[in-house]
Write a protein that binds this ligand. Structure first.
Ligand code: PMP
Length: 382
């Protein structure tokens, strides 16, 4: 099988498994226990926290381990909003945030919070002028993703953070798709809070973190003594050790990004040459290196994914969390794309395991399967 769905999740790196196994079998005591095994677990937790802090450019005390990015996003938005002054209760969300995060936005709005959305241009990039105009003195918090999971488009989080700070608001960034694929440094990124998830960069599922700048007020959403009182619950030590190991195993991110971007470009150009009806969304925008969001004429995503399945290629109709439904992607819809074109869109996401042979295989096998369908499609068009 050729796996081209790395934005949904990634396989565990061998170094991650090697780091986690001895912890699962031998370091199972509670980190809060006073006895020797508990103290050993506590030492391992501190070691993993120090590694994560070193590799992400923050202080160990700025790392709050969570069950993943969804929880980190919720903790950030609900916690920062609760910590904001009473005269600042408006929240701005990116309009193309992850589906789970937009559910939170709608839940807040239903509960009476004033929520507004930062629009995007037709090419998927953030509308900077609109964002600047929306950030006013009543805004408590701006929550914007660093990179979109469907199109790969990078968002100007440093600019938006500067405007948020100038207006007295705090800035949360969902960097779930960014961290591991692009060089990241919390100290200089401009954000006050940053969410991440290990399973997007060859770490385990069910573990992530919220990085929270020291001194920024946040009301915990799960009460307990762990994580300095900011997130209660016995820590997932194997997961945390796995997260740290996955960051360590990333190696030279710049070199890897260059390699993957070259493969992605080869794939897109090859498909466009073989099937001129291929349209790549956001091709001219700054994007994540491995993400390709495209449509073949008006061929429905079901038909394309079925052909890919026949070729033993795993791709996706968009975000894993919203695929399976028949609604057009909210990301493409926010860009002004029609429902028909959105429902014809598929996503390839390349990653560490992707090879030039994988891309060549797809370029050899897919066009002959789709070309006759595209002809039929053209003939049946009104
Ligand atoms: N935000 C973004 C941008 C994502 O792509 C995802 C995962 N699809 C999440 C949040 C949720 O992450 P997790 O699975 O760790 O809850």
């Amino acid at each position: 099988m050729i796996y081209l769905d790395h934005n949904a999740t990634t396989p565990l790196a061998p170094a991650v498994i090697a780091a986690m196994l001895p912890v699962m079998s031998g370091v199972w005591a509670n980190t809060s226990s006073q006895h020797g095994p508990g103290q050993e677990a506590k030492r391992r937790l501190a070691g993993a926290r120090a590694t994560v802090a070193r590799l992400l450019g923050c202080k160990p005390a700025e790392v709050i381990f969570t069950s993943g990015a969804t929880e980190a996003n919720h903790l950030a938005v609900r916690g920062l909003l609760a910590g904001a002054p009473a005269n600042r209760q408006r929240v701005l969300f990116g309009s193309v945030e992850h589906a789970g995060h937009l559910r939170l936005a709608r839940a807040l709005a239903a509960a009476g919070v004033q929520v507004d959305y930062l629009p995007v241009h037709p090419d998927g990039t953030l509308d900077l002028a609109a964002a600047q105009a929306l950030i006013g003195p009543d805004v408590a918090l701006v929550s914007l993703m660093a990179a979109n999971n469907e199109t790969g488009v990078l968002m100007p989080v440093a600019d938006v953070a500067a405007w948020a700070h100038a207006a007295g608001a705090v800035m949360h960034v969902d960097a779930t798709q960014f961290i591991g694929k692009q060089v990241f440094d919390f100290a200089t990124c401009g954000a006050d809070a940053v969410s991440l998830s290990a399973h997007k960069f060859q770490g385990p599922k069910g573990i992530g973190a919220l990085l929270l700048r020291q001194g920024v007020p946040l009301l915990p959403q799960t009460l307990g003594s762990q994580e300095r009182g900011r997130r209660g619950g016995t820590e997932n030590l194997p997961g945390i050790v796995g997260l740290a190991a996955a960051l360590e195993a990333l190696g030279d991110i710049t070199a890897q990004a260059k390699r993957i971007a070259a493969l992605r470009d080869r794939l897109e150009r090859g498909l466009q040459a073989a099937l001129p009806d291929t349209h790549v969304w956001c091709q001219g925008a700054a994007r994540l290196p491995g993400t390709s969001c495209l449509r073949f004429g008006q061929l429905s995503q079901e038909v394309v994914l079925q052909r890919l399945d026949r070729l033993q290629v795993a791709a996706s109709s968009g975000a894993a969390c919203s695929s399976g439904g028949s609604a057009p992607s909210h990301v493409l819809t926010a860009m002004g794309v029609s429902a028909d074109e959105a429902l014809a869109t598929v996503r390839f996401s390349l990653g560490a395991g992707t090879t030039v042979e994988d891309v060549n295989y797809l370029l050899r096998e897919l066009p002959p399967l789709l070309a006759p369908l595209l002809c039929e499609d053209l003939l049946s068009a009104p």
